[in-house]
Structure formats: C-alpha cells, structure tokens
Design a protein. Structure first.
Length: 377
C-alpha cells in the first residue's frame, strides 16, 4: 500500500507543496501543504505528483490485442499501467458477432477485478461495428447498423461504457436517444456524416467524437463536415496526440474550440514492442518509425502511451502541466461520469503518477498499490 507521497501535488485547484496519504482501501485520505505555483513546482526539482492517466481508447500493447480474448487484456492493462495509465477502457474492433462475444467474454473478469500490476479496466469502448463502411479507416469490413438485441447481449458479458457510431447510417440516428437513456455514452466516429448530421446527433444525446479529425468528414468553409460540428458544438472529444495522427496545428485548433478535449492513445499490440508485424482485430498491422499502418499505408492505431502524450502536450504544444494533466486524466473521467478518479482530492481513488521535472515517470500507483514502471523515453 502507498506510503505518504512527498512532493508538489497537483490538486484540482493547483499545486500544493506537501504530502498525500491514502487509506488502507486505496483512497486518498488527506493532502497537506501550502499552495505553490507551477513554475515554482517545476523549478524546485522535487517530484511532481499528478492524477493517474485515464485512457478511454485502448486496443492493445505488449504484443497483445484486446480482440484476441484469453488473458490479452491482462497484459495490455499491465503495460499501460507501467506508463502511468491507472484506468482504461478495453476497446474492441468491428467484427462478426461471434468474435465480439468471444472478446467480451474474456473481459468479464478483468472488468470486475483489477489484474495484478494492471490498470483498472472500467469497461468497454465498442468502437464499431455500428460505423460507416465507407469510413472504416483500419477497421475490418464488418460494419452494420445498430442492433439493440446484439448490443444488449454484449453488455451482459462486460459493461459497455462508450459506443462509437456513425449517425448517418440508416437507423442509427433514431436510436441515439434511447441508447443514452440506457446509460451508454454515444460518440460519433468512423463517419461520412455531414455537419448537420453531427448537430442532430448531439441534439439527441451524443456527447463525444472518436479520434477527432481521423476517420470523419473534414472541415471546409462551405461544407463544415463532422469536424466542423465538433469544433462548433462539442464539449468533449478524444484526440490522439502522437503527432502523427493529427498535426500540432490542428490540435491547437481543437484545444481552442473544444473545452474538454481529452487525449487517448488508440494504442495497438505494437505499443512497447520493436518494429514488426502485429495484430489489430482481424488485420495484420506493421510498426515502423514510430507509426502503425496497414499494408496499404493506412494509419492503424498508434504506439502512444499517455505519459508520452503528456510530454507532447507540454513540450510540443506548450500547455501548462495543469492543463495537460486534465487532458490525460480529469476530462476523460468527467466525460465518463467517474467522479472519484482523474483528480487528487480527499475521497478519490489514490490513482497517482510521480514524475520528475522533465515529466519522466518515477512511480505509479493504482488504487494505492505500487506498479512496476518503465521509463518510456
């Protein structure tokens, strides 16, 4: 169990120079100290103590893919935990029903009980199959309209927290309101939809956008597309800040337009592995020069981890550590409706990352338990 952590602790109201203690159950008991500016916190050379990262879009890591089933999710959660991700959603691929059932069955236990040394798996992000088959990106060609009976069966196997869907697919738009009423978070992605489709979907309850800019209609000043709908109206959207999927300039546009833009890894089995060939659902993908692609060159997820995402936000995009931390942690928790994660405050889970002044990980705690970590640099 976590002993009191000393350093410059990032609370919801800013940095505190002091100590943090947790309960035997793994929740934060107290934070004591005096307020300190971010500049002073970084200049002091003392550890920076931040909320653990929350990743709502994780396909794989360490050579394993969520769609494999078996113990793949255990390995994936352990790799990401060593890079500071303390909570995550296991993310599926578009696939035939029998493959989705197999994958979901393998997630039942890990969604109920955290794997030793792993991140807490809060549930499932169903990225397809309810998408547009003309905007698959790296998704296999098994797209279809939303089927309520199918969705209900999958949700009985493991809790579905997010559903990516294309609202313009016949029948999908009409079901958004009932899906939201049933407790699912609906977000728009892998879509050929128009600006008007996006606005209508949000009016019906869709709240987010899957890997903003990627696999959706782009913005033109006479046809603003789904990107335009997000930039004009969204409170939340996910973005992959690996600096490959989205140009830093486009990320800056989204940061100005979308108040709670948050970061995801969209990580694949190639994460944490050498260059080579890996699995992504039913596809074979290739890692080379830091990117992951299909054989035809299409981007196919990433090798990003959220500790590197934090550094990219601060070092390349110029965000403060406070703002960057919210975008790899707090905003994702708020979007998912999880109030006791993504912040260092009394009563919250002791999900904690400790970094040096250069934002290199020193230690990670999940619910108060220490996680063996690796230097991601």
């Amino acid at each position: 169990m976590m002993t009191p952590v000393l350093g410059n602790i990032l609370t919801p109201s800013g940095f505190v120079h002091g100590s943090m203690a947790c309960t035997p159950e793994g929740r934060i008991h107290s934070i004591q100290g005096k307020a300190i500016s971010e500049d002073a916190a970084r200049a002091s050379g003392l550890p920076l103590v931040l909320p653990g990262f929350i990743d709502l879009h994780v396909h794989g890591a360490g050579g394993r893919d969520i769609m494999e089933g078996g113990d793949a999710a255990v390995r994936v959660s352990q790799v990401h935990a060593r890079h500071g991700t303390t909570s995550m959603l296991a993310t599926t691929m578009t696939a035939p029903m029998e493959d989705l059932v197999s994958a979901m069955q393998s997630l039942t236990t890990i969604c109920q009980q955290r794997a030793p040394g792993g991140a807490r798996v809060l549930g499932v992000h169903l990225e397809g199959p309810y998408i547009n088959d003309d905007k698959l990106g790296a998704q296999p060609a098994f797209a279809r309209p939303v089927q309520i009976d199918e969705l209900s069966h999958l949700n009985q196997l493991a809790p579905i927290r997010l559903i990516t869907m294309a609202p313009e697919v016949p029948g999908n738009m009409e079901l958004i309101e009932s899906l939201c009423d049933a407790g699912y978070r609906v977000q728009i992605g892998h879509t050929m939809g128009t600006y008007e489709d996006g606005v209508q979907a949000m009016a019906k309850g869709a709240r987010g956008f899957t890997h903003l800019f990627n696999a959706m209609t782009g913005m033109h000043h006479r046809e603003p597309g789904m990107v335009g709908a997000a930039l004009a109206h969204a409170q939340y959207a996910e973005c992959i800040p690996d600096l490959i999927h989205v140009h830093p300039g486009a990320i800056r546009v989204a940061l100005r337009a979308i108040p709670c833009l948050y970061c995801v890894s969209d990580s694949t089995a190639a994460t944490g592995m050498p260059d080579g060939e890996y699995r992504l659902g039913s596809h074979q993908v290739f890692k080379c020069l830091g990117g992951v692609r299909l054989a035809d060159g299409t981007l196919a997820g990433s090798t990003l981890t959220l500790d590197q995402a934090l550094r990219n936000l601060v070092d390349t995009l110029g965000l403060s550590v406070l703002d960057a931390s919210r975008r790899v942690s707090t905003h994702a928790a708020d979007y998912l409706g999880v109030g006791d994660r993504g912040r260092l405050a009394t009563g919250a889970w002791a999900d904690v990352v400790v970094l040096d002044r250069d934002l290199t990980l020193q230690s990670v705690y999940v619910e108060g338990h220490s996680i063996e970590h690796t230097d991601a640099r």
